[in-house]
Design a protein around this ligand. Sequence first.
Ligand code: NAP
Length: 320
Amino acid sequence: MGISTDYDMVIVGAGPAGMAAAIYGSRMGWRTLVLDKVAVGGLAATTSIIENYPGFSEISGMEFAERLRKQAEKFGATIRELVEVTDIECNKFPIKVITSSGEFSTKVVIISTGTNHRHLNVTGESDFEGKGVSFCATCDGALYENKIVAVIGGGNSAVTEALYLSNVARKVYLIHRRDSLRAEESLQKQILNTSEVEFIWDTIVEEIEGNEFDGVKRVKTKNIKTGEEDSVRVKAVFIAIGIIPNNELAKKIGINLNENGLIIVDKNQRTNIPRIYAAGDITPGQGQISVAVGEGTTAAISAFLDMKGGDWYGQETKTG
Ligand code: NAP
């Protein structure tokens, strides 16, 4: 197609999937634009320590994000943070991407909008956000040096957060609604051997209490087996109870989603809309950085090959 466009590829979301697509797209010589309403790195940037990305035995989420940025920029990708994509006009060519900071025409779009933190939806949670309620230990943990804090959840995120905080805080309560963790074995081993962490099992948080001056002061809890209610004094509550997909844009433009609100893609990361691809945690998968990177890579390569014409791989669908 000989129509001129501002970019060859626009990537919505600068997490590991989007940045991998940007690295591949720009290295293939495509004029590549990455837009993110927050910043490079996505949720991975808020992870304290990444220990399972092949080739890095240990790297902080922030450093990983910075490396992704430098690598994509080195190959010529343009990265714009704090820019929200509000709509995509994809029923004609070229595609028009409408943002909070102008419109861009492009040949293809990769949606890698990822996920966001799930909320507890209890009294006090929103009132004390930024005053003791946090969703990111790496971002806010240092504020609670030598203090007593709580982490809520039992998955990989909660355990990673609690391990990070155990090096900063005096004591970490890990409050989980079951009597066992769902985090992977190696994380479980680490946390069960960390003396600063005390587990409060079978327990939910019913309210987060405090005042405007001091911020969070305590959490009200309830044991779901015995019904017993209690109050735990903490200076901060780190909530790590899972994620919800950032799928508003996908919904708006008519991309097919599965029952969990994730974008259905074929094995080459194509969505149901021609020239719109999706990759990373917004698609069904394992929620791993390495998987997101692979999917971003696949999306960029298949977009590139699709624009050269022809169905290169067939259309096996991944519905999750
Ligand atoms: P997750 O695996 O879905 O775990 C969420 C945890 O929160 C579960 O233990 C769940 O309890 C609990 N929970 C959910 N809703 C709750 C509520 N309303 N009140 C109390 N507890 C609640 O989520 P995640 O730990 O955030 O991880 C998200 C994804 O990122 C996963 O795919 C994970 O593998 C990935 N991740 C990977 C790493 C790593 O590889 N090192 C690190 C971080 C995240 P139940 O157990 O009862 O369901």
